[in-house]
Each structure stands twice: as structure tokens, then as C-alpha cells.
Design a protein around this ligand. Structure first.
Ligand SMILES: [Zn+2]
Length: 173
């Protein structure tokens, strides 16, 4: 026996086929990380989150390029100048892109897929919107460009989070 074998893992002379559980130690790290953090949302995002509690979507308008930025920003990244005006939007929009996910947020396989994607809000330019869930729609029905509307949590359950919207569903009105 060589010196290195003495300190390494026991050798199996016949070998053995690798199984899923053997690979888990390579693909997964299981640990509890006690991380607590606080993040200042800033002027624009704080107002956006506050308005979500009221069931309203708000953006910031740039006077120069006339775009309404949603989520709002205090500065237009295209014009390099401050935005000037708060603008309420109807909250409706269209599906800009989506994904049908058969993997949950813990990387487990699931039978019923999660539908996620981005919504471009009416009254805001394309590519200006939020990522969210889609509901009351099947994966086959969901299409890019489909008009959608938010389904809000009851007011008493809203906390000023983007999840105050439960999901977006095909527009009914
Ligand atoms: Zn601008």
C-alpha cells in the first residue's frame, strides 16, 4: 500500500456504478447560512413598494425622452438626466417573455409547472417592466404579447412587496 492510499478513501477493487446519491455531494451543498441583511430601497423603489400596498403601479417619467420607467428610477439611464414626474399606470400589460419551469425554487422536479416571465406595463415602453408569475392560464395558452392584468392579494395581506401581486392572469376586461 502506498503512502497516499493510507490516507485516502478506502479503495473498492471491484468498483461500483455511481448512483444519484453519490453525485449529490458534487452537485449540492447543504448548509444553513444565518444571513441577516437590510437594504435601503432608495427613493424611487420605496415609493413603488409603498404603492403596491395600495394596489397601484407607479413609474417615473423622463421629460426628455417621454418614457415612463417602471419600476421607477430617479434617473433616466438613456438621457443621463433626472426623471421629473410620478405617473400612475393602470397595472395591465402584456407578456413580454415567459418560461414554463418544471423545477421549483429549490431545484426539485415538479409535475405542475411554474409559469414565470416578464410583464411590460401598459403606459411604459417595451422592456420596461417586472418579472412575475402567471396564473389562471395553462402553459399551452400562455403567449408572448398576451394582455394580462394583476391579481392582487387582499389589502390586509399586502406588505409592500412585489408579491403583493399574486400573479398576472389573462386580461378579462
Ligand atoms: Zn430619458
Amino acid at each position: 500500500m502506498s503512502k497516499s492510499q493510507k490516507f485516502g478513501p478506502p479503495l473498492n477493487p471491484r468498483g461500483r456504478r455511481l448512483e444519484a446519491k453519490d453525485l449529490e455531494s458534487i452537485t449540492h451543498v447543504r448548509a444553513k447560512v444565518p444571513v441577516k441583511y437590510a437594504w435601503a430601497a432608495g427613493t424611487a423603489m420605496s415609493r413603488f413598494l409603498e404603492e403596491l400596498k395600495n394596489g397601484r403601479i407607479i413609474g417615473r417619467k423622463c421629460a426628455r425622452c417621454d418614457r415612463v420607467l417602471v419600476p421607477p428610477r430617479m434617473f433616466c439611464e438613456r438621457c443621463f438626466q433626472p426623471t421629473t414626474e410620478w405617473v400612475y399606470l393602470p397595472g395591465t400589460g402584456v407578456v413580454e417573455t415567459f418560461s414554463v419551469s418544471y423545477i421549483d425554487t429549490n431545484a426539485n422536479r415538479i409535475k405542475e409547472p411554474i409559469l414565470v416571465g416578464t410583464v411590460a406595463f401598459d403606459g411604459a415602453p417595451p422592456h420596461c417592466g417586472i418579472m412575475h408569475y402567471f396564473g389562471e392560464v395553462s402553459p399551452e395558452e400562455l403567449k408572448i404579447g398576451m394582455p394580462v392584468e394583476p391579481v392582487w392579494k387582499p389589502k390586509e395581506e399586502r406588505v409592500g412587496s412585489v408579491l403583493d401581486i399574486k400573479y398576472f392572469r389573462p386580461r378579462k376586461k
